[in-house]
Design a protein around this ligand. Sequence first.
Ligand code: AMP
Length: 289
Amino acid sequence: MKIFYHKAALDDYLKSLRQDNQRIGLVPTMGALHKGHLALLAYVKPHCDVLVCSVFVNPTQFNNQDDLEKYPRPVKHDLDLLRENGCDVVFMPTVEEMYDGNESWEIDLGELDKTLEGAFRPGHYQGVTQIVKKLFDAVKPNIACFGQKDYQQYLVIKKMVELFSMQVKLLLCPTVREKEGLALSSRNVRLSERGKQQAQSIAAILNEVQTNSGHLGVKEARRIAIRDFEAVKAFKLEYFEICYPDDLKVAKDDSKAEKLIALVAVWLEGVRLIDNVIFDVNKINNNYA
Ligand code: AMP
């Protein structure tokens, strides 16, 4: 496994592989890797010849300085995991390597920048697209993989790829969860044991939404889910919404759309947790999607 800290050296190396028609796959991460990230690597691996993982805690996407400072950075552990999981190339730049300190960035992400995560984390998706554009320019991947856990982020990146007419195919990997349903996240390590147990109800409540939407309609399913989130005293609910997966517009009560997505953000023990499930209103089952 090769490790690069500089764009120029990375480009030199990848250039020769590209000339040999090798397909480059990219998994962008902020490190503190867990099985969710490893699932992304495994998901993209069959579609590429060279698997690149970037590890970079991007300051421009944090709207909370404390969150940025507390973000875990277990570099050696990350490199060991990448080595054991089929990663060919790691790109691990410094902040100075990625930003010259005097840049501005604003692209038109439309409503995606204003709703749900966009509403509660102003500027977050501008920061995300700014760094992903830089990573795409540095790696020039044929294919890049993102997790469903950050579904809105996937839509935002899709929009950015369209805006810049970039030649990269995007893959969406299903969310990896603990046995009890909690979506894996690098921030989970900041939860106490009790917090982790309480956090399990996020997935449990989301899973009820599908059944309730089918039986009672979207409006009632939304009301019940909000009631259930608010009943967990340790949670501070930021948003819960049932939307159309294409554009994250709020679903109509009588929606007969095949696919809907229920999305949530809650605070627990000072940690912000997000999750979502994509489901089919017409099929009643209880599998996490
Ligand atoms: P992060 O390091 O949190 O920026 O995440 C890097 C990538 O991993 C993003 O595309 C995330 O959506 C994805 N990811 C994070 N957690 C999970 C998970 N539990 N299951 C699937 N993908 C995930």
